[in-house]
Design a protein around this ligand. Structure first.
Ligand SMILES: CC(C)(COP(=O)(O)OP(=O)(O)OC[C@H]1O[C@@H](n2cnc3c(N)ncnc32)[C@H](O)[C@@H]1OP(=O)(O)O)[C@@H](O)C(=O)NCCC(=O)NCCS
Length: 341
């Protein structure tokens, strides 16, 4: 073995304790920022809430590596009770200790902890958006324009090749899209489509329960219980009545997006978007999505972020509205080998 490397191997992997909170947060923050990880910097309280505090039905694992008193590595993971997969949330190693095997040792330990928690049930380790711990990240080059979930491993970060070299394989890629709304207006192509639809008697407007009908029929057609629940609760007489934007034909609802609202960071939020199966293929989805952006801008949103699979046709809608890809993420997995400790 290379003697200079073995000299460095005086560090140990240990459970995270409360007294690690400050130094683990400092490590997190030193790994994030321009040219580094895009995750939001954290205060110790945020670190604790996100990575340490319990979530019902979920076990969180936290490990640290110490060189003497100094914390030089941190790894976090989760396991949802009865699940077949364990999630790797993050592995961080102090810059001056990289490429000495610290990260690989931490990851193996995290995997072994997950195996012990889940027993025979566990068949894979994953890094993806189903992880119950969602990492908020900041679009590079913006003033705090954020997205509340990172759907995998940022393919531009050191961790991507690290994980590949630790036996993780890409499942699919997700692209994160961003659009500033400061000067948002309909792209020329969308204007043309709007006029074409108007010629067929199809318009985009804000849903008014006194005028429009067919919302329930649309939601039935779309088949999402989540959307049904959110939209119907919102438009109920005693509901919050956040705007819902619709595609209407003779006052019948044949597409919806919303309810819309503005999050504290200025991010425009919408619960969903869908076009009735009988009205697809006419460009109504693209027009509706652009109308969503304009309406979010009108209620004070300053930007939008969203992500979708590399091969998901929905990307055409976002791209037609002018959205740009700002990050690509890999969903990754590694099969559990039954003969490992
Ligand atoms: C990714 C990270 C955790 C790796 O930690 P580390 O202690 O340097 O990793 P190790 O020394 O254990 O690396 C083990 C093997 O992984 C691979 N590897 C590690 N870093 C790599 C890199 N930047 N590029 C390519 N392969 C890499 C190599 O095969 C390496 O073995 P080798 O040094 O013999 O070639 C560390 O670079 C880091 O903290 N980066 C910033 C945070 C980050 O990106 N975290 C991942 C998000 S989950």
């Amino acid at each position: 073995m290379n003697p200079t490397i073995s000299e460095h191997r005086k560090w140990t992997v240990e459970p995270f304790t409360d007294s690690d909170l400050m130094s683990a947060t400092a490590l997190w923050n030193s790994c994030c920022g321009p040219g580094k990880l895009v995750y939001q910097p954290l205060s110790p309280e945020m670190f604790r809430t996100l990575l340490v505090d319990p979530i019902p039905g979920v076990s969180k694992i936290n490990r640290v590596v110490r060189d003497g008193q100094r914390l030089i590595g941190y790894a976090g993971g989760t396991y949802r009770n009865q699940g077949e997969q364990g999630y790797v949330t993050i592995v961080l190693v102090d810059e001056s200790y990289r490429r000495q095997g610290v990260g690989a040792t931490l990851l193996r330990r995290l995997e072994s902890d997950l195996r012990h928690l889940a027993g025979d049930r566990l068949n894979r380790f994953e890094i993806m958006f189903f992880n119950p711990v969602a990492l908020n990240w900041i679009v590079p080059g913006t003033l705090g324009h954020d997205h509340p979930n990172s759907p995998g491993v940022d393919v531009a970060c050191d961790g991507y090749l690290f994980l590949k070299n630790q036996g993780y394989r890409d499942i699919v890629y997700q692209n994160s899209y961003y659009q500033s709304l400061d000067h948002y207006q309909y792209p020329a192509e969308i204007q043309t489509r709007l006029q074409r639809l108007a010629g067929q008697g199809i318009h985009i407007t804000i849903f008014d329960p006194a005028v429009h009908d067919g919302m329930e029929a649309l939601l039935d057609d779309l088949g999402s219980d989540d959307w049904r629940q959110i939209v119907m609760a919102n438009i109920a007489p005693d509901g919050p009545r956040h705007p819902v934007i619709i595609v209407e034909h003779d006052n019948k609802v044949c597409g919806f997006t919303g309810p819309i609202s503005v999050q504290p960071s200025g991010r425009g939020y919408f619960a969903g978007i869908g076009i009735h199966s009988g009205y697809r293929g006419r460009g109504a989805g693209k027009v509706l999505f652009s109308a969503l952006c304009l309406n979010l801008k009108a209620i004070g949103a300053s930007f939008m972020t969203l992500f979708t699979g590399e091969t998901n046709p929905a990307r055409n809608i976002y791209e037609a509205a002018g959205f740009k890809i700002v990050r690509t993420w890999a969903d990754m997995k590694k099969e559990v080998k039954s003969n490992e400790p």
